[in-house]
Write a protein that binds this ligand. Structure first.
Ligand code: FES
Length: 229
């Protein structure tokens, strides 16, 4: 990661994984007024904000690594030409904001949480030691600030979804899982746990899918201050 040190220590710190000159120029212009302090790439300080150039080939891995390393940071990515697949992959990897490079600085300033404002929150769902060899449901009906959540492991990927059926409130993790398709035990609605997509009614909407981070031997649900991911 590259960058430069400037500004005062009370400002929100920003770490760049971008060398895009358009973005860097725009961010330098707004840094002071937005209370941003650019970190040196060698800094050991945990950044408040990480900026990633999503056009770089390894960008998604960088977002994933940043999310693991700095679970409370606001991660923002910019794209030269918005591509849907890249956009979705970046969101799933943990980006809080994705914007085109021309609009990026303005959107970042607008979307950043105010200094001192609670950002993302962690809720422990399971212990990492419990995961090896587990396929399917790992933990169900886990109480969180945003309601019950279930944790699944499919093909080595951890997935956390809302554990309440939107049709009539049944506990979904008591239903049957076939591949990634979860069937509600009450009236048979089906959902894809990898995306939350509703596949069959009577439920008429998708279920929520949450961001996760694995850190210090535990798996955490990550929520924004408004309890959305
Ligand atoms: S409660 Fe799930 S389908 Fe009715």
């Amino acid at each position: 990661m590259v960058g430069e040190e400037e500004g005062n220590r009370s400002a929100r710190s920003v770490l760049f994984d971008s060398t895009d000159p358009v973005v860097l120029r725009a961010l330098r212009r707004v840094a002071d007024s937005a209370g941003l302090r650019v970190l040196d790439g060698a800094s050991i300080e945990a950044p408040d904000v990480v900026v990633v150039d999503l056009d770089l080939p390894d960008a998604i891995a960088v977002v994933e690594q940043s999310r693991r390393q700095f679970p409370l940071a606001f991660i923002a990515g910019h794209l030269g030409v918005p591509q849907r697949e890249r956009w979705i992959a970046a969101e799933r990897a943990g980006c809080d904001l994705i914007a085109s490079r021309g609009a990026f600085a303005a959107q970042l300033v607008r979307r950043l949480p105010a200094p001192g404002e609670a950002r993302r929150r962690r809720v422990r769902l399971a212990e990492s030691a419990d995961l090896p060899g587990r396929i399917g449901l790992v933990a169900g009906d886990v109480a969180t600030p945003c309601g019950p959540v279930a944790l699944y492991q499919l093909r080595g990927i951890l997935l956390a979804v809302e554990d309440v059926c939107p049709h009539a409130g049944a506990t979904l993790s008591r239903g049957e899982l076939t591949g990634s398709v979860l069937t509600c035990p009450a009236h048979g609605s089906q959902f894809d746990v990898s995306s939350g997509e509703r596949l069959r009614g009577p439920a008429d909407c998708a279920i929520r899918v949450f961001d996760l981070v694995e850190e210090e031997g535990s798996v955490y649900l990550i929520l924004g201050p408004d309890l959305r991911n």
